[in-house]
Write a protein that binds this ligand. Structure first.
Ligand code: HEC
Length: 161
């Protein structure tokens, strides 16, 4: 009687272990899938947020001036909302947040051009017609788009907007 009971107990213990194991595996597989979906979704939200900002006109005065300069000088390659084209990368992108590409690197990119190193679009030619104040306005525009799309939490203090 007691031998039968302990065998039954062992059977249940084993069954419980197996079920737990299966649950853990299922949970891990499931969360991996969720993570990927969330990531893809975020990228779409970033673009939508950037576009929404353009139409709702929530940009600062400096960024609004920068928006005009950006569409005249940069958007042919970087896209109207700095979301990229087949000629150049999106600047509303993790790579171009201030920790990776400071405001100074934007000034240098515009003044000297950029040799292709992150992407396969080719080199960026210099954009010589912009004054330093105008480049700062363009930076305001890009930083505010980065802010509204959640890539950065705050505009870097070196940005005049
Ligand atoms: C003819 C196309 C073209 C135009 C116009 C253009 N860019 Fe670019 N830009 C590129 C390409 C391509 C790259 C990516 C180079 C790489 O890293 O592979 C780039 C990279 C950059 C970078 C990253 C620099 C770095 O250090 O990696 C910045 C910042 C930038 N562009 C800003 C601008 C701004 C601001 C304007 C307008 C004033 C502008 N670009 C106009 C094509 C262009």
């Amino acid at each position: 009687m007691s031998a039968l009971r302990s065998r039954t107990l062992r059977f249940f213990a084993l069954a419980a272990l197996l079920i737990c194991g299966a649950l853990v595996i299922a949970a891990c597989g499931g969360s991996d899938g969720d993570y990927q979906t969330a990531e893809t979704h975020d990228t779409h939200e970033a673009d939508d947020a950037a576009l929404a900002d353009l139409t709702t006109g929530e940009l600062s005065e400096a960024a609004l001036a920068g928006q005009k300069l950006f569409s005249a000088n940069c958007s042919a390659c970087h896209g109207a909302t700095a979301n990229g084209t087949n000629q150049g990368p999106p600047l509303v992108h993790q790579i171009y947040e201030p920790g990776h590409h400071s405001n100074a690197s934007f000034v240098i990119a515009v003044a000297r051009g950029v040799r292709a190193h992150h992407w396969d679009f080719g080199n960026m030619p210099p954009v010589p017609d912009l004054e330093i104040d105008e480049i700062h306005q363009v930076i305001c525009y890009v930083r505010e788009l980065q802010l509204s799309s959640g890539i950065i939490d705050e505009i870097p203090t070196s940005t005049p907007c």
